[in-house]
Design a protein around this ligand. Sequence first.
Ligand code: HEM
Ligand SMILES: *[C@@H]1O[C@H](CO)[C@@H](O)[C@H](O)[C@H]1NC(C)=O
Ligand SMILES: *[C@@H]1O[C@H](CO)[C@@H](O)[C@H](O)[C@H]1NC(C)=O
Ligand SMILES: *[C@@H]1O[C@H](CO)[C@@H](O)[C@H](O)[C@H]1NC(C)=O
Ligand SMILES: *[C@@H]1O[C@H](CO)[C@@H](O)[C@H](O)[C@H]1NC(C)=O
Ligand SMILES: *[C@@H]1O[C@H](CO)[C@@H](O)[C@H](O)[C@H]1NC(C)=O
Length: 328
Amino acid sequence: MKMSNCLNGYSWLMTFLMLCLVARSQLATDFYSQTCPNLLQIVRKQVQSAIKTEMRMAASLLRLHFHDCFVNGCDASVCLDGSDGEKFAAPNLNSVRGFEVVDSIKTAVESACSGVVSCADIIAIAARDAVLLSGGPTWKVLLGRRDGLVANQSGANSGLPSPFESLAVITAKFVAVGLNLTDVVSLSGAHTIGQAKCLLFSNRLFNFSGTGAPDTTMEDTMVSDLQSLCPLNGDGNITAPLDRNSVDLFDNHYYKNLLNEKGLLSSDQILFSSDEAVATTKTRVEQYSNDSTLFFADFVNSMINMGNIHPLTGSSGEIRKNCRVVNS
Ligand code: HEM
Ligand SMILES: *[C@@H]1O[C@H](CO)[C@@H](O)[C@H](O)[C@H]1NC(C)=O
Ligand SMILES: *[C@@H]1O[C@H](CO)[C@@H](O)[C@H](O)[C@H]1NC(C)=O
Ligand SMILES: *[C@@H]1O[C@H](CO)[C@@H](O)[C@H](O)[C@H]1NC(C)=O
Ligand SMILES: *[C@@H]1O[C@H](CO)[C@@H](O)[C@H](O)[C@H]1NC(C)=O
Ligand SMILES: *[C@@H]1O[C@H](CO)[C@@H](O)[C@H](O)[C@H]1NC(C)=O
């Protein structure tokens, strides 16, 4: 009796230690090397073809990975259709893009290796390829995520940062998913590519809420350019480049813009110009504006951190057949 108790205790301890090991190294770069050896080439080819059709798609795929990972972890929950989907949450509605491209990658992957590769991993690889094909850095993507069984619309509404929030609130949302201030600054550099709608920054151009706009931290010619592009009572869906210097090129000009008061969103410019930035993010912005090698290295590290947010592994979740619906 005593002996078997002891053995049970021992094997329980071993199981616990092994679970700890598994939990620390859930994802691996070679996860599909046996089950889907051509995965990376297949995804690369599809991303290449998508951005040949529309260069902006690189930015959209990168953002899709971010919006996936910040809500219930990187589990492709963002892809689920249905009225309770994350697609209909405020930060995503009429804004997040790239689902058709994820579908076409998934179709190509399924025809090579059926039922093996998760949608969450496809999005992570596509985001990496999007950065590389835009002139940015590359890295080995950790793989082995599984797909979630539920969408979380309220989680998307509360967990995704808004461009109108303070640096403290945005930072808290990063900290809530295990990221830190370095990640806030380096990942914001994703705004070196892509576009944003007028309705997400026109409060900086016009004094319609008594805020005293135009924003004194936006450079004068940029204010007047954007006032023409985004007139009062105009179409809020018109878009402007997040990086005025090189909208399709992944470089460190986003940070140079911030030094010149040419950040598009309030959430961009506050990284350099706000009072809160002095003790938190301003020095980082200066460093990245001056040293693109440092920016690239930190961006890669932060992308890996973001890709590690609460992955489903083992027997959690599933490998979805269609990225838009849970398996029946
Ligand atoms: C720091 C907090 C962040 C805020 C407040 C924010 C906010 C926004 C907003 C408002 C837009 C424009 C959406 C639209 O017009 O429909 C946007 C676009 C974009 N965001 Fe962010 N973002 C943040 C962080 C990130 C991160 C961490 C990434 C990726 C690592 C990212 C990648 C992008 C990209 C690439 C675009 C352009 C998408 C396109 O052109 O389709 N953002 N972001
Ligand atoms: C949705 O997200 C919120 C905030 O992260 C979390 O507290 C909640 O448990 C999530 N709900 C589901 C059903 O996953
Ligand atoms: C954030 O985490 C990284 C590791 O990913 C670390 O190198 C960096 O110093 C941390 N930054 C802050 C401000 O704590
Ligand atoms: C902005 O509008 C408020 C009233 O809504 C007014 O008091 C203020 O002077 C205006 N500021 C500028 C810079 O026009
Ligand atoms: C933007 O486009 C969406 C979808 O086409 C539409 O529902 C919405 O009314 C438009 N918003 C503005 C401000 O024009
Ligand atoms: C940029 O680097 C140069 C030398 O490498 C240095 O003199 C300068 O102060 C730096 N500027 C900023 C804004 O960090």
